[in-house]
Structures are given as structure tokens and as C-alpha cells.
Write a protein that binds this ligand. Structure first.
Ligand code: ADP
Ligand code: MG
Length: 309
């Protein structure tokens, strides 16, 4: 049983309350009044699983909050509050100071307030629960992609995975790659700007194809993607030319870019978003009727994304 089957079998209980959209999207949505919904999500980072052992306290803090902000971004929600559950192996004041400063810096940047948490002793692990707000029934969902929509991704794909791959091969990654891995930029402004424009959206945390597949399954559609349209950084281009292997770009995790689908009549609105936010949005394919992802471009190997089980 994989991670997603496990969740489906044992923890998908939310049922059919009209005021709650539960398990299965980047955040749960809870209706709070006639105009708004709360979006809420929790993500845990564990030493040795989500970040290597020698990662700095500042990088850990940044990543822990950024990956949660990214789930709010995927729903088009505006960040409001978060809680922090911290498990520490020891009391280390300089570590805590660095962690706290970096957390505060990112929290201030996105105007999100720390309102509580829990502190325990054990293997280093950080859980953050974020809460944001979105206009009622306007949140970006995984389940609303339509046949004929154009599929987009933001910025470049696979850089963080390439950094991790290099670390594992004992090759020093460039500062730029390393920063994509340790300091992901959550696409909060993009998510908010896509409300009313995109039909479906997800953040790419576990690999482009696996995360796009979550949209496809929940929307009962398929996709055709063109490898030549996937936006790659220069180092990733070089890696693919040398190895003839696209798997880091297609299945590597930790991008925290958004993957979203837009109906043809809304495409013209994306230009302004690109200019306003100084962001690159690339069309990589189309939503189709068929099941699964059809890859165009001559690379047919099945790439496996990370799953915890
Ligand atoms: P993401 O990568 O966006 O953080 P996940 O892949 O971790 O999302 O989770 C998929 C969905 O399953 C989400 O809607 C999440 O809230 C839900 N989920 C994950 N673990 C559990 C759990 N233990 N109990 C209930 N829901 C869960
Ligand atoms: Mg997500």
C-alpha cells in the first residue's frame, strides 16, 4: 500500500458536510461565513528525510514554513496564521536563535503570524500548520481541470532535485541550485493572482508528473505534455544533455512551483500576471480526455517520485 492509498483507506473521513472540503487537496477548506473559507494544511519536515543532517537551522526554518505556504499558494489562499510543533534533540541556544530569526523573516515577508505550537524532545522534526483565507467557492482545487485547458508551470522545474542528486553523488551543487533546495520560494502571490483564472492548481512538492497526476485523477481527465516545453534551468539542461535522463525534472521533488490549468479564454490574462509578478509561466501541455499522462518528446522511461511508503 502506498502513501496515498494508506491515507485514502484509513484517514479520509471528512464525509459530506457542505461546509468542509477535506482530505485530498493541498489544503482543507472550511466555510466560516457567507463570503469566506479558511484554508488549512500541516506539513512535517524530518531530519534525514526532508533535509540532510548538516542543514543549517536557518535553512530548516525557511523550508518548514515555505512548504506550508506553498500549500496555501496552491489553493489561492492568503496566509493568516500558523502554529509550530518543534521536536528538538537538545537545547542549543545558537541553533534556536538562528531558527527563530529565519522563521520570523519569512513569516514577516508573507504577513503570517505565529499563534501557538508545541515543543518536545526527540529526533529533530518540525511540523507547521498554516491557515489562510480565500473567497468562498473561489479556491483553486485539484478537481476542476477541464478537457482543453492548457497546463502551466511557474519558473523552472527540477533544480532542487538536481541539487540533492549532486549532494548524493558527492558533487558540490552551485549556490543557485542549493538555494532552490534549501530556500524554496512559495508562490503565494501567483496562487492568489490565479483565483478566477486557473481551473485547477497544485504545488509541485513531490515531482511534476506525480503532482500533475493528482490533478488528473481528481478531475477525471488526462494530459499530454511536451518535454521540450518544460522550463529548465541551465544546469538541468546540461544534466539532461549528458545523461539523456529527464527523471530528475519529471519526478524530482521540492520544486514548490505551481502547476495549474487554464481554459483557452483566460490565457490572455496570464501575460499581465507574468509582468506584475516578474515570474515565468510556461505552457507545457494540454488537458485531454484520456487517462494518465502522454509524454511527447521521445523519453519513455517511467520515472519514480518519492513516496514515504
Ligand atoms: P501535500 O503534498 O500537498 O502536502 P499530501 O500528499 O501530504 O499533500 O497529502 C495528500 C492529502 O492527504 C492532503 O489533502 C492531506 O491533507 C491528506 N492527508 C495526508 N495525511 C493525512 C492523515 N494522516 N490524515 C488525514 N489526511 C491526511
Ligand atoms: Mg501540496
Amino acid at each position: 500500500m502506498n502513501e496515498f492509498e494508506l491515507i485514502e483507506k484509513y484517514f479520509n473521513w471528512t464525509g459530506s458536510s457542505p461546509d468542509v472540503i477535506g482530505v485530498g487537496d493541498d489544503c482543507a477548506l472550511i466555510t466560516i461565513d457567507s463570503n469566506s473559507q479558511l484554508a488549512t494544511s500541516v506539513d512535517t519536515l524530518i531530519e534525514g528525510v526532508h533535509f540532510p543532517k548538516n542543514t543549517s537551522a536557518a535553512d530548516i526554518a525557511h523550508k518548514a514554513l515555505a512548504v506550508n505556504l506553498s500549500d496555501l499558494a496552491a489553493m489561492g489562499a492568503t496566509p493568516e496564521y500558523f502554529t509550530l510543533a518543534l521536536t528538538l534533540p537538545e537545547f542549543d541556544e545558537s541553533w534556536l536563535k538562528e531558527f527563530s530569526n529565519a522563521l520570523k523573516t519569512l513569516a514577516n515577508q508573507y504577513n503570517i503570524t505565529l499563534v501557538g505550537g508545541d515543543t518536545t524532545k526527540g529526533q529533530l522534526s518540525i511540523s507547521i500548520n498554516v491557515t489562510g483565507v480565500v473567497k468562498k467557492n473561489k479556491a483553486l482545487l485539484r478537481s476542476s481541470a477541464q478537457v482543453g485547458d492548457v497546463i502551466f508551470v511557474s519558473n523552472t522545474i527540477g533544480d532542487a532535485a538536481l541539487a540533492l542528486w549532486k549532494i548524493q553523488q558527492n558533487i558540490k551543487p552551485s549556490e543557485q541550485l542549493l538555494s532552490q533546495f534549501n530556500r524554496p520560494d512559495p508562490q503565494v502571490q501567483l496562487g492568489c493572482a490565479l483565483v478566477g483564472i486557473a481551473n485547477a492548481c497544485i504545488d509541485i512538492s513531490d515531482g511534476l508528473e506525480q503532482d500533475l497526476t493528482h490533478i488528473l485523477k481528481r478531475s477525471n481527465v488526462g494530459a499530454r505534455i511536451n518535454l521540450s516545453d518544460i522550463p529548465l534551468g541551465i544546469e538541468m539542461q546540461t544534466h539532461i544533455e549528458k545523461s539523456q535522463d529527464w527523471c530528475l525534472a519529471l519526478a524530482g521533488g521540492d520544486d514548490y512551483e505551481l502547476c495549474f490549468s487554464v481554459a483557452p479564454e483566460n490565457l490572455s490574462k496570464l501575460k499581465k500576471i507574468e509582468e506584475d509578478l516578474d515570474i515565468k509561466l510556461s505552457a507545457i501541455g494540454l488537458i485531454t480526455q484520456d487517462e494518465g499522462i502522454e509524454r511527447m518528446g521521445g523519453f519513455d522511461k517511467k520515472c519514480l517520485s518519492y513516496q514515504h511508503f
